[in-house]
Design a protein around this ligand. Structure first.
Ligand code: AMP
Length: 282
């Protein structure tokens, strides 16, 4: 595995592979790797000649009161995991080469970035789109791999790729879960034992509501009520940003069934913000 810290070198290395007719699969991450990240790497390895991963905790996507400083960093283990998964290129830039002084260009996705998490994390999706577009320009991947767990992120990146004519296939991979259903997340390490147990209600209420919607027992409005009630009964969930049913393309809340629907939840467990979702294909 080649570890590269300089954008120009990553760009040249990837270009050489592309000129030889090799496809490049790309898995951008913020590190603290878990099985969710590794599933994206494995998928990329199965579909491409070369797999490139990146580790960069992107300050631009964290709000001023968010957890940038305490975000888990585990670089030695991350490198080992990437190596074990036979990643070919690991791009690990320093903040100063990604955002040099006087950096001032931002990618604003528009309306989609103000929905769901965007209402609670202003600027977050501009930060995500800006870093992902920079990484796309450096790696020039054939395909890029993202997890369904961050559903809104996949929608905004697909929109950016379409609007800005990036010649990249965005591949969305299933959410990898703990045995009790909790979506794996680097932020789960913030939870104490009790909070960790309480957090399992998120996926439980999502699956219960989606099963009942699928069998026609409840409508989206009743699904929202069911999820909000289940969450409110869990004392260690201290706040609910949203829990409802949405159009998976526009991310608007829906009250009646029409085609595919997204059930999505964002809650606070103490100071930890957790998100999850389930997509129903009708
Ligand atoms: P992050 O390091 O949190 O920025 O995540 C990097 C990539 O891994 C993103 O595309 C995430 O959606 C994806 N990811 C994170 N958690 C999971 C998971 N539990 N299952 C699948 N993909 C995930």
């Amino acid at each position: 595995m080649e570890i590269i810290r300089i954008p120009r070198i990553a760009l040249d290395t990837c270009r050489k592979h592309l000129l030889k007719g090799r496809s490049i699969g790309f898995v951008p991450t913020m590190g603290a790797l878990h099985e969710g990240h590794l599933s994206l790497i494995r998928r990329s390895r199965s579909e491409n000649d070369i797999t490139a991963g990146s580790i960069f905790v992107n300050p631009m996507q964290f709000g001023p009161s968010e957890d940038f400083d305490k975000y888990p960093r585990d670089i030695e283990n991350d490198i080992r995991k990437m190596r074990d998964e036979e990643v070919d290129i690991l791009f690990m830039p320093d903040r100063s080469v990604i955002y040099p002084e006087r950096f001032s260009t931002y990618i604003n996705i528009g309306e989609l970035s103000g929905k769901l998490c965007g209402r609670f994390r202003p600027g977050h999706f501009t930060g995500v789109a800006t870093i992902v577009s920079k990484l796309f320009n450096i790696i020039n991947p054939t395909r890029a791999y993202f997890g369904q767990k961050d559903f809104q992120q996949t929608v905004t990146i697909k929109k950016m790729v379409k609007d800005l004519n990036f010649n990249i296939d965005v591949v969305v991979c299933p959410t990898v879960r703990e045995p009790d259903g909790l979506a794996m997340s680097s932020r789960n390490t913030y939870l104490n034992e009790e909070q960790r147990k309480a957090a399992s209600v998120i996926f439980k209420c999502l699956t219960k509501a989606s099963d009942m919607i699928k069998s026609g027992i409840i409508n989206p409005e009743q699904a929202k009520e069911l999820m909000l009630k289940a969450i409110s009964e869990e004392a260690l969930i201290t706040d609910t940003d949203y829990a409802s049913v949405y159009d998976p393309e526009t991310l608007d809340e829906i009250t009646e069934m029409s085609g595919d629907v997204l059930l999505a939840v964002a809650v606070q467990v103490g100071t930890t913000r957790l998100i999850d979702n389930v997509l129903i294909n009708m």
